[in-house]
Design a protein around this ligand. Structure first.
Ligand SMILES: Cc1ncc(COP(=O)(O)O)c(C=O)c1O
Length: 379
């Protein structure tokens, strides 16, 4: 039985061109900091990749900092900007995030509070998962504010323009985690007015363990790890093979974005319609302004983990929004912030589609979800 993979938001397969680049470059020796020919060849891969990523995302090459992925980019952004802003102006002692951020933002923000003495505000969200960003949240005591471009559990698109507008008057630094958005919706760093933006390789057809932080020229960033200072505000030998493959994937994802969005959006709508028709009390989460790839659905009275296991047994791979803390499943913090009950937040599944998703995957997922709900309700 072939498996139906509908967990592309967790990790999506590498596109063939990126895989080929990764394999080819992995066979070549060379540290991009070395001065000999092999080192210079590795350096060339890195610098050409930097230009490719910058061109695809509306940035200047000097604004691209290669990292080990979304988590490192988010940490570098929020800590690096908060530290640098407070060092320049001790009154800037506050960090603002939305309540529905990924843990790669929430956890460093809370660490900045517990270990570093910053105040942290989590901006509440409405029933669709969108915060109302306005001035009182972004006063002159704020160092950095971070709002994801699109939510990873529901796909809800976030009001980035409102963030940039509100931050402008008080000089607050702005960051957006665009890990889920690049390749699914247009993302232009330069046009956004943001100070920094996070991208991750394995969410857009590149390898796991590589990504970038786009950081505006002149933006002060304090480094997380000290060492060889290979990148602006980042140390560590450059992973030239992964960076080369990442650049190929970013370029392809951005070039194909509108075609992909139209195709996958139609499949996603078909999935949602099929599930809501066969499970009439199921509800779709996240409003109408969402990524074309995501569908987060609550199945009242059915535990997410039980649903996930039954779907997995029938060959359909999805995810729950919830996290596990010490082996105990926790309801999704995103759905709770959106005002869902604990029970609904523990009865929801995320279906996320990608480039390899086909129409018959959707038929199988609808049938498997309907069957799983029936079995759970009749046991
Ligand atoms: C919104 C968001 N931010 C950050 C990350 C972390 O990215 P990475 O897996 O590259 O560390 C993820 C991954 O799930 C994500 O969905």
């Amino acid at each position: 039985m072939t498996r139906v993979y509908l967990d592309h938001a967790a990790s999506t397969p590498m596109i063939p061109a990126a895989l080929q680049t990764l394999l080819e470059l992995s066979g070549q020796v060379g540290n991009s900091a070395s001065l000999h020919g092999s080192g210079r060849a590795a350096r060339r891969v890195v610098e050409e990749s930097r230009e490719q990523v910058a061109a695809a995302l509306g940035a200047h090459p000097t604004e691209v900092i290669f990292t080990s992925g979304g988590t490192e980019s988010d940490n570098l952004a929020i800590k690096g900007m908060a530290w640098a802003a407070r060092a320049a102006d001790p009154a800037r002692n506050r960090v603002v995030v939305s309540a529905v951020e990924h843990h790669a933002i929430l956890d460093p923000a809370h660490w900045l509070h517990s270990a570093q003495g910053f105040e942290v505000d989590e901006i509440p969200v409405d029933g669709d998962g969108r915060p109302d960003i306005h001035m009182p949240f972004l006063g002159p005591d704020v160092a950095v504010a971070s709002l994801m471009w699109a939510n990873n559990e529901t796909g809800t698109l976030q009001p980035i323009e409102d963030l940039v507008d509100a931050a402008r008057t008080t000089g607050v630094l702005t960051h957006s985690d665009a890990v889920q958005a690049v390749g699914s919706v247009p993302v232009d760093f330069g046009a956004s007015g943001l100070d920094a933006l996070t991208v991750s390789g394995h969410k857009l057809g590149g390898p796991i363990g590589v990504g970038a932080l786009l950081a505006r020229r002149g933006l002060a960033l304090t480094e997380l790890a000290h060492g060889g200072a290979q990148e602006r505000a980042r140390s560590g030998t450059m992973n030239a093979p992964a960076i080369g493959a990442f650049a190929v994937a970013v370029e392809a994802a951005v070039a194909d974005q509108s075609t992909f969005a139209a195709r996958v959006g139609a499949l996603r709508d078909h999935l949602v319609a099929g599930i809501l028709a066969s499970v009439p009390d199921a509800t779709l989460n996240g409003g109408s302004d969402r990524l074309p790839t995501h569908a987060n659905i609550t199945f009242p009275g059915c535990g997410s983990d039980d649903l996930l296991m039954l779907l997995d047994a029938s060959g359909v791979e999805v995810s729950t929004g919830s996290a596990c803390t010490a082996g105990v499943p926790q309801p999704s913090h995103v759905l709770l912030a959106m005002g869902r009950s604990e029970s609904d937040a523990s009865s929801s599944l995320r279906f996320s589609l990608g480039r390899t998703t086909r129409a018959d995957d959707i038929e199988r997922a609808v049938a498997a979800a309907a069957d799983a709900v029936r079995r759970l309700r009749h046991q």
